[in-house]
Design a protein around this ligand. Structure first.
Ligand SMILES: C[S@@+](CC[C@H](N)C(=O)[O-])C[C@H]1O[C@@H](n2cnc3c(N)ncnc32)[C@H](O)[C@@H]1O
Length: 427
C-alpha cells in the first residue's frame, strides 16, 4: 500500500511509504492522497522535505511501478516542490549501488530510517539558521532593486522611467564598481548591461517600470487624502523621503526583516542626519511573526485610510504569510483603503515555467538564500483577490507597462511578461 503522512517531528517533512503488493488503483489513490498532503504542507511552508521509504515494496505489475516512479521521480522534484530528500533503501547490492551513484547534496540514500531522518533534521536546522528567523545579513535582492533605481536615475530626464536620487546610497561595493565603470567606460558598462539582458530579458525594464507605477499610485493616493502608508518588505524603498505629500500628511510604516531594516535605518541617519518623524520602523519577519500585532503595537490606526504596498515581496514569503497579510488588511483597514503588490506566476515559482528567464531568475535569487516561495496561477488574480474580500481589482501586465512608459528612445525595449502588478480596494 501507499501511505503518505505529514512527518510532524521535522518541519515541512512528509513521510511517503510503499509497502506490500500494490496495484495500479492503489497507486492512483496513493498519489491523490499524497498530493493532498503535499499541497497542504506547501501552503503552510512553501516547500517540503521528503522521507521516502519504499522498503518491502512489491508492485503488482510494471504499469503500477512505472506510474508511481514517474510521479515521484519526474513530477514531484521537477516542479521544485521538494527541498531535501532522504531515501531509505534496503542494505543490498542494488541499494549500495544507488547510494554510490545517486547521492547528492540535497538527496541522500540511507539503510536505516533514524539515520535518514536525523540527516533531514540536521539539514532543516542548518537551512533555518541561515534563511529563517535567524537569517544573517541584509537582503541582497533589495540592494539589486536599489541599484536598478540608481542606474535609471542617472539617465536624462526625458529618457529615464523612474527617478530616485537616494537609491545610490544603498548599494554596496560590487555595484559602486559598476557606477565607476559607467563614468570611465560607458562602452564597458553597456556590454555588462547587454549580458544581463541576455540572461534576464526585460527584467531590468520591468523592475524600473514597476517602481514608476508604484510611485504614481502612491502619489495619486496621497493626493486623494491618504492617512497611512504601510510599506511591507520595504527594503531600501525611499518613497517616504522623496514624495513631498507623504512628508506632510501621511504616517508611513516601513515593515521589513530586522536584518535589512537595521542596515537601512543606519543609512537613513547618514543621509538625513536623523530619522524623520513621519516614518515608523517595524522590524518583522513576515514568514514567522504576526504582522497585525506588531503594526498595532506601533500605532497603526484601523480607522484611517491606508495604502498597503508590497513591492518585490510576495514571491519571497510563504503562501500562508501572503494570506495572513491580506486577511489582516481586509479585517483591519478603513473603507477606501487599498493594497498594491506585484507577483510572479505560480509556474515560475514551482519551476514548471519553461522560459529560460524563469530558470535564470530562480537560480539568481537562490544563490542569496532568497528563494521564490509564492506565485499566483495565471489568469486567476481577480478570483484570488475577490475570494479574500477585495474589490475594484485591477491587474497590470508587462504589456500595460510597455504602453504606458516605453516611448521615444525606449520604444523598442523589452519588458518581462512574467511580472504583473495588482491593486484592489477595501469597501
Ligand atoms: C526584492 S526586495 C524588495 C525591496 C523593496 N520593496 C523594493 O522594491 O526596493 C525584497 C524585500 O523583502 C524583504 N523580505 C523578504 N522576506 C521577508 C520576511 N520574511 N520578512 C520581512 N521582510 C522580508 C527583504 O528583506 C527585502 O527588503
Amino acid at each position: 500500500m501507499i501511505e503518505t503522512t505529514e512527518y510532524k517531528k521535522i518541519p515541512a517533512a512528509i513521510l511517503h511509504r510503499v509497502t506490500g503488493k500494490t496495484d495500479i488503483n492503489e497507486v492512483k489513490s496513493g498519489i491523490a492522497e499524497a498530493e493532498e498532503i503535499i499541497d497542504k504542507v506547501i501552503h503552510e511552508y512553501g516547500r517540503f522535505n521528503l522521507i521516502l521509504d519504499p522498503r518491502g515494496h512489491d508492485f503488482a505489475d510494471l504499469a503500477a511501478h512505472k506510474m508511481w516512479k514517474m510521479w515521484l521521480i519526474q513530477d514531484v522534484p521537477s516542479k521544485g516542490k521538494t527541498n531535501y530528500t532522504a531515501i531509505i533503501v534496503p542494505d543490498s547490492l542494488i541499494g549500495r549501488g544507488e547510494k554510490e551513484l545517486m547521492d547528492t547534496e540535497k538527496t541522500k540514500f540511507f539503510f536505516d530510517f533514524d539515520e535518514g531522518s536525523n540527516w533531514l533534521q540536521k539539514m532543516v536546522d542548518i537551512e533555518e539558521n541561515s534563511n529563517g528567523l535567524m537569517r544573517k545579513g541584509p537582503s541582497k535582492t533589495a540592494e539589486y532593486i536599489a541599484a536598478g533605481r540608481a542606474i535609471e536615475s542617472i539617465k536624462p530626464q526625458g529618457e529615464r522611467i523612474c527617478y530616485d536620487p537616494y537609491a545610490i546610497h544603498f548599494i554596496g561595493q560590487e555595484f559602486l564598481k559598476y557606477f565607476e565603470l559607467l563614468s570611465r567606460s560607458p562602452e564597458m558598462a553597456k556590454i555588462i548591461m547587454e549580458h544581463f539582458e541576455r540572461l534576464y530579458p526585460g527584467v531590468y525594464n520591468s523592475s524600473v517600470a514597476r517602481v514608476r507605477y508604484f510611485d504614481d499610485f502612491v502619489r495619486t493616493s496621497a493626493d486623494k487624502g491618504l492617512e497611512q502608508l504601510v510599506i511591507l518588505g520595504a527594503g531600501y524603498d525611499t518613497r517616504a523621503y522623496r514624495i513631498e505629500k507623504l512628508k506632510e500628511n501621511v504616517k508611513v510604516y516601513e515593515v521589513d526583516h530586522p536584518d535589512t531594516q537595521s542596515v537601512k535605518i543606519e543609512k537613513i541617519k547618514e543621509i538625513f542626519s536623523s530619522l524623520p518623524d513621519h516614518v515608523v520602523y517595524v522590524p518583522v519577519d513576515l514568514a514567522t511573526e504576526n504582522l497585525g500585532q506588531r503594526l498595532i503595537q506601533q500605532g497603526y490606526n484601523r480607522s484611517q485610510k491606508t495604502l498597503f504596498v508590497m513591492e518585490g515581496l510576495t514571491c519571497y514569503i510563504p503562501p500562508k504569510a501572503v494570506d495572513d497579510i491580506l486577511s489582516f488588511i481586509v479585517k483591519n483597514s478603513a473603507k477606501g483603503s487599498a493594497v498594491i503588490f506585484d507577483y510572479f506566476p505560480e509556474s515560475l515559482v514551482n519551476g514548471i515555467c519553461a522560459l529560460e528567464v524563469g530558470k535564470n531568475l530562480r537560480n539568481f535569487v537562490e544563490q542569496y538564500n532568497e528563494s521564490f516561495q509564492f506565485g499566483i496561477k495565471e489568469g486567476t488574480i481577480e478570483t484570488f483577490l475577490a475570494q479574500r474580500g477585495f474589490s475594484q481589482i485591477k491587474n497590470v501586465t508587462g504589456e500595460d507597462f510597455k504602453r504606458a512608459y516605453f516611448h521615444g528612445k525606449n520604444e523598442n525595449m523589452e519588458v518581462c511578461g512574467l511580472l504583473s502588478v495588482a491593486h484592489a480596494m477595501i469597501e
